[in-house]
Design a protein around this ligand. Structure first.
Ligand SMILES: Nc1nc2c(ncn2[C@@H]2O[C@H](COP(=O)(O)OP(=O)(O)O)[C@@H](O)[C@H]2O)c(=O)[nH]1
Ligand SMILES: [Mg+2]
Length: 326
């Protein structure tokens, strides 16, 4: 999962990026930062395998300077965090700022579709191309009416079919209001788009504190949730992500996938060989595993450890082992 941070100059993109990817970022290279997704369940699973390595699920954030549609980073993300610099402008309109960005994205997607359709006109129509054409022709009127592809309610297989275009409006947008200190607590709404309020400067200071000091700082300031926690939980719920786990003596690891992902695709997330040579997924749910004190043997005896086929829809909290052969 990769989220691009966009917005006007000086809105606070880099400040927010630093606060999200500060000390906790496992890796930080220039304007890309990888952030660990905290999960208590993973910590509990790790206790059964203390010799192993604990690996959290991650979200990548990209600080995108300026909104240049030719910037490859703009396309190469799964969603956008649009920063609105409320700290410097007491009056701001979320709707206007979102619309401005969306309109540019719509124009860009529209141009890509028109280019493709005029190519298709000149080529031999195979059933595959016919199908693609149908989807593109369904998208056009929506874009013309100022709607995004994301809100069009396309089926998963239709989205798959057009994934090669990297359409900008197919990606979700989150709004972050970069608020002045002391003005926090305000609640904003904009249609169905999640709007988070973060005080960038303050969050950046927090991110720079050593771990031990952060807790007491939170208490003093009355902060319940940090900016990172807010953003990560918004990304998970709005994009519809769930986590599954793999456990063993080498590593205990959390993986994030979209709700509704079949076992064979989840396997592919771990390793392409596992998708290619998929045989079965051995599955036990986290809650069963914990209530049986981490005993896979007990889980098997109780019938909660089972073998599932490639179409099994992975559930949040499933602990999975892939049987495969290549
Ligand atoms: N007072 C205040 N200053 C901020 C805040 N966020 C950013 N700034 C300042 O505004 C300037 C531009 O911020 P920056 O994050 O670089 O904006 P970018 O151009 O969107 O990346 C910097 O000098 C920041 O220190 C904020 O919440 N409060
Ligand atoms: Mg910047």
């Amino acid at each position: 999962m990769r989220i691009g941070i966009i917005g006007k100059p000086s809105s606070g993109k880099t400040t927010i990026f630093d606060s999200l990817t500060g000390k906790d970022a496992t890796e930080k290279k220039g304007h890309i930062g990888i952030v660990k997704v905290e999960d208590e369940r993973l910590d509990k699973l790790y206790k059964f395998y203390p010799e192993s390595k604990k690996i959290n699920a991650t979200i990548e954030f990209v600080d995108i300077p300026g909104f240049n549609l030719r910037d490859e980073n703009i396309k190469n993300v799964d969603g956008y965090l649009l920063v609105i610099g409320a700290y410097m402008q007491p009056e701001f309109e979320i709707e206007k700022e979102v619309r401005e960005i969306q309109e540019e994205m719509i124009i860009s997607d529209m141009a890509a579709i028109e280019k493709r359709l005029s190519r298709i006109k000149k080529s031999r129509i195979t059933p595959d191309i016919e199908q693609e054409k149908k989807i593109l022709e369904k998208i056009i009127p929506a874009l013309e009416n100022g709607k995004t592809i994301y809100n069009l309610g396309l089926k998963e297989e239709e989205i798959q079919k057009i994934s090669g275009f990297s359409f900008l409006t197919l990606k979700p947008i989150f709004v972050v209001i970069n608020e002045k200190e002391g003005r926090k607590g305000a609640v904003y709404h904009y249609q169905e788009i999640p709007v988070l309020t973060i005080c960038g400067e303050l969050e950046k200071e927090i991110a720079e504190l050593p771990e031990e000091e952060r807790k007491s700082f939170f208490q003093e300031m009355g902060i319940k949730e940090t900016g990172v926690e807010k953003v990560v939980s918004a990304v998970y719920s709005y994009i519809g992500l769930i986590s599954f786990f793999t456990i063993g003596k080498d590593e205990v690891r959390a993986w994030s996938i979209k709700k509704g992902t079949p076992a064979v695709k989840a396997a592919g997330k771990i390793h392409t060989d596992m998708e290619r040579g998929f045989i079965r997924a051995q599955v036990v749910h986290y809650s069963d595993f914990i209530s049986l004190n981490g005993s896979l043997k007990e889980a098997k005896a109780k019938g909660v450890l089972r073998l599932e086929g490639k179409d099994y829809i992975v559930q949040d909290g499933d602990i999975i082992e892939i049987r495969f052969s290549v």
